[in-house]
Design a protein around this ligand. Structure first.
Ligand SMILES: [Zn+2]
Length: 147
């Protein structure tokens, strides 16, 4: 075991807010997911954002399917992008990551070898940020016109 348990009780509380949005696939052996995207591309909330999931400072999103053997569907990726936009508005500082990127995650391929993690990570730094800014601008303008 690489992780130490000395700080595990402190880690149960969400200190310092949400730092990562971590992606998983249905083949992930761990649990503690905040959101599940099913095979039809429907989003289900399983934990409240304030609750601790699999990792203390992360929101965990699982996409149903085994993406070591197949790629997610277009409907699943559309739903995922929609969810990530909502989460980015709620947690502006949160970075998108894969389960396999976290400490101790080296033994897992999660969210799967065929999951388009690189493309999504790229989008999260470009398209997602401009979509978030567009939403914020619309919100600001709608509030301003009411004053
Ligand atoms: Zn996982």
């Amino acid at each position: 075991m690489e992780a130490t348990t000395a700080r595990s009780s402190a880690a149960k509380a969400r200190r310092g807010g949400v730092k990562f949005i971590l992606l998983h696939h249905g083949g992930c052996p761990a649990g503690g997911f905040h959101y599940r995207i099913d095979t039809d591309g429907c989003i289900h909330a399983e934990l409240d954002d304030s609750e601790r999931g699999q990792h203390p400072r992360s929101i965990a999103v699982v996409v149903d399917g085994d993406f070591d053997t197949a790629a997610p569907s277009g409907a699943q990726l559309d739903a995922l992008r929609e969810l990530l936009l909502k989460l980015k508005l709620r947690f502006p500082m949160a970075e998108l990551g894969a389960h396999r990127q976290v400490r101790g995650g080296a033994e897992t391929t999660c969210p799967g070898r065929r999951f388009p993690m690189k493309a999504l990570a790229e989008w999260s730094r470009t398209g997602l940020v401009s979509e978030r800014d567009a939403v914020l601008r619309r919100d600001f303008e709608s509030q301003y016109s009411q004053i």
